[in-house]
Write a protein that binds this ligand. Sequence first.
Ligand code: ADP
Ligand code: SF4
Length: 687
Amino acid sequence: MTRDPRYDILFQPVKIGAKTAKNRFYQVPHCNGGGYRDPSAAAAMRGVKAEGGWGVIFTEQTEMHHTSEITPFIELRLWEDKDIPSIAKMATAMKTHGALAGIQLAYSGINGPNLYTKEVPLAPSALPIRTFTNDPVQARAMDLTDIRNLRRWFVNAARRCRTAGFDLICLYGAHGFGIFQHFLSRATNQRSDAYGGSLENRSRFAREVIADMRDAIGDDLAITMRVSLDETIGDLGFSNAEVRDFIAMNAELPDLWDLAMGTWEDCSGPSRFKEEAAQEVWVKGIRDLSPRPVVGVGRFTSPDVMARMVKSGTLDFIGCARPSIADPFLPKKVEEGRIEDIRECIGCNICITGDMTQGMGRCTQNPTWMEEWRRGWHPEKIAKRGESERVLIVGSGPAGLEAARAASERGYDVAVAEALEVFGGRVTRERALPGLSAWGRVVDYRLYQLGQKPNAALYPGSRLSAEDVLDFGFQHVCIATGSRWRADGVARQHVVPMPIAGRVYTPDDLMAGDIPSGHVVVYDDDHYYMGGVLAELLAQKGAKVTFVTPSAYVSDWTANTLELSSIYRRLVGLGVTIRLNTGMAAVKAASVEVNGTYTDRREEIGCDAVVLVASRVSEDALYQALKARQAEWADRGILSVKCIGDAAAPAPIAWATFAGHRYARELDTPDIGDALPFRREVTALED
Ligand code: ADP
Ligand code: SF4
């Protein structure tokens, strides 16, 4: 197939300083949880994007000097020459297919607590460090010597970037994370010298650093500047109007303007709260202020929207972080006219949790992300099948569908049996909840792919028993039968069932359309999105909602997906009463007894209904029944029976797609026993 001429515009080369990008697909910097701890994994991940056709590929933020670092978050480090080989490995991987290799230099200033180096943080003004965790540390205001030093450190970093083989340097001044913003914003720059006050003065530091860098490295590297379109803290902050004045005033300063938005939460808004291209109104018209090209983001997954952004003169480059994670081959698929094959980002922000938890990056849609080097998984290539031929998958949730997709890709004859008349398991139920419709792409993508495969068959309305499975004679059986929400309150506060008198509702009841009314108490001891989403659903339907949680935060874990503040705002906006630090001691006939998490102070709240968002229990009866009959497997031709996804242990959807993918990859592979199932990078010991 060839590409649709409508998208030709996306494949035009564009100059950035003395460099030329081969097309307009621009992977903006994004974290991944691996960073300096897993440099080979991070490099291989970028290399796969090069293969996938991106014209520009950036690293995550790179701490460019030891006096400013953001421990516990794991990014890249370029503190001394010793760091060059690991970032050079990344530059090399990025350039393998003609992409430009970019590195983002970050001096974290008022955002860097220096918990590792124990250095005193330096910032334009002396204020408390601004981090997710409100670290009890303040920055010292930089004097003129500090500013001269910092300029020199940027030059040193630029030289190291050149040695490492990069084409582009991005100076980070967005999201509240980079020193350039700290100088530009009146909120964080309260200086009265030549670096503070007027916008002209606040821009001085950026002008000096870029001039110093150009003196030192000439045209060898192009320099881009990343700023937020609006600091989103009102007039005191670096507002959209000031951003425009700054760009007009310094029109030719960088070789490209990279326009992000607000804080990271604002910029990487989940689909629950932000549409594709949500930044369009903020970015429109900026391109006319400067002769330099402009890149902007907006969770772009649709080539039509991308083409419109360029044709309308809004952007020169289509900036993507999450869409490039969900589908590293997005540009290639557009180029080859395979739009239907694009694995669209669902905007769930699970990828961000890798950084927030210092775990390893995960993606709900792309289970191979960050496993390119560790496990040798490629998003578009998979080994041909082994000796056996036939696989039965029971259950069509995200685990079962991904197992089926990947196993059929390997060439196995795959049958998927689903008890219900609809495929998709929990995703099909949850996509109907407020704000979660984009999550349906997890199922849509996989059903479409399976529909293209002659060796995959899907059977709805097929609830299988152990006898059925034993009779069918498949060689491999994958049990992906999911989970259900508990109705007994067991989760974290209660490890054994709580006292319950009368009816309670579970998320499954609400998703099946059994929705209570009147005054409804939602008890959330799950702490991810479900409690908040159901409170929203109930409020939308006219119920008076009281949200009770033992946590100090609404939907606690969503701090890791950058949604917590949006959820809080939404619930308050809908009139939901929020009771934090409050557990539920008992459910009575027409009331609940709540107790303080720290005080155990008891209180009775009268209500018409109670929704328990507690924990889930695996639907593994079929697996247990088959295990009990293991002695019969060989006679029936069965080589393996495995239980995966929520049926093994309930977790978010990304865990299920990962489990499904892993299942398919490991079919007919040698048993490695107790060995570690992936490669691990171990830091070399110094003498
Ligand atoms: P996961 O997240 O692990 O993929 P889900 O709960 O989303 O799990 O999906 C499990 C699916 O399995 C559901 O659609 C459910 O109807 C189906 N299922 C459960 N038990 C059986 C069974 N015995 N036979 C066929 N399908 C089943
Ligand atoms: Fe998109 Fe979710 Fe994947 Fe992140 S984890 S890239 S938001 S699908």
